[in-house]
Write a protein that binds this ligand. Structure first.
Ligand code: 13P
Length: 341
């Protein structure tokens, strides 16, 4: 474990004004996204789309890192450079998704999942390190519903996240732990806050049990929002207050930073929520973005698989990255969307 490298990587991941692009959609998720814009989900189209994003002129000033999917980490940019090296040359840290997706949690209510991928993980991490990846991501999912999440589900996911994090640190790779509390359902924001708190408490207890060093760890969390189907949607200030309250209660100040997923929020809501939180005084850690959809949606919708649209799609991506860069400094305002567009 190279502590100096871990420390340097973690600090760079949450550098001022920068956030992380999640471009680690599995081929299945990519298929769904591509279908929505009628693009065939071939290996070359996936490569071309990632190339479009990573080659966007100037976007590196807003991005500290990019999370890659295994396939992308082995693909090459148009200039023949492997994507991890291509990003590193731009000053963007390459990262890698290492969980192997979700499985049903046995003997738990229907719908409860646990993430898989611990078997052989140490070997895979060593290979990813050699390929140039300096951080990793593991996503677990907690669903809110009648009688769920159970303690069993929270406990199981907290433990896999902690074991993954320990394996990463041993391999000198900074772990991003992502316990995502889904916004699907009709629950209230208050219920979401309760579930976030229970989840994060369990995750940090498990991290301690597996000797994970908080100084070399990044939390990727969902925000405390109302369930998608709830008729009362919490406003920006309420989401910001509830989310920061939960984080302050559960996330030790020793941790270098917290990043957010967008989770199906609208692009602008994800930006507005982040800005409201980052503008708060006396936060113990920097807060920034690690969005997939809320950074990529306009680019994907503009591209539509057409080479002629690449420039416009890159502009759309640059715009969202710039807006979120302002947001992570608490400086985003709705009127900036129009000025810069
Ligand atoms: P979204 O921002 O689209 O939620 O994706 C983030 C992510 O990395 C999910 O694992």
């Amino acid at each position: 474990m190279d502590s100096a490298l871990l420390s340097k990587t973690a600090a760079a991941m949450v550098a001022k004004g920068k956030g992380i692009l999640a471009a680690d959609e599995s081929s299945g998720t990519c298929e769904k996204r591509f279908q929505s814009v009628k693009v065939e989900c071939t290996e070359e189209n996936r490569r071309a789309y990632r190339q479009l994003l990573f080659a966007t002129p100037g976007v590196e000033q807003y991005l500290s890192g990019v999370i890659l999917f295994d396939e992308t980490a082995r693909q090459k940019a148009s200039d023949g450079t492997a994507f991890p090296q291509y990003l590193a040359k731009k000053g963007v840290i390459p990262g890698i998704k290492v969980d192997k997706g979700l499985a049903d949690l046995p003997l738990a209510p229907q719908g409860e999942k646990v993430s898989e991928g611990l078997d052989g993980l140490a070997k895979r991490l060593d290979e990813y390190f050699k390929m140039g990846c300096r951080f990793a991501k593991w996503r677990s999912v907690i669903t809110i519903g009648e009688g769920i999440p159970t303690h069993t589900c929270i406990y199981a996911n907290a433990h896999v996240l902690a074991r993954y994090a320990a394996a990463c640190q041993a391999a000198s790779i900074v772990p991003i732990i992502e316990p995502e509390v889904l916004l699907d359902g009709d629950h209230t924001a208050e219920r979401s806050e309760e579930v976030h708190e229970a989840t994060l408490r369990a995750v940090y207890a498990a991290l301690a049990a597996y000797n994970v060093q908080l100084e070399y760890l990044i939390l990727k969390t969902s925000m405390v929002v109302s369930g998608k189907e709830n008729s009362r949607q919490a406003g920006v200030d309420e989401v910001a207050e509830r989310t920061v309250r939960v984080l302050k209660r559960t996330v030790p100040a020793a941790q270098p930073g917290v990043v957010f997923l967008s989770g199906g929020q609208s692009d602008e809501a994800a930006t507005a929520h982040l800005s409201a939180m980052a503008a708060m005084k006396n936060l113990p850690w920097p807060l920034t973005f690690s969005y997939s959809r809320a950074l990529q949606n306009p680019a994907l919708n503009t591209w539509r698989g057409q080479a002629a649209n690449i420039g416009a799609a890159q502009q759309a991506f640059h715009h969202r990255a710039q807006m979120n860069s302002l947001a992570c400094q608490g400086k985003w305002r709705p009127e900036l969307e129009k000025q810069a567009a």
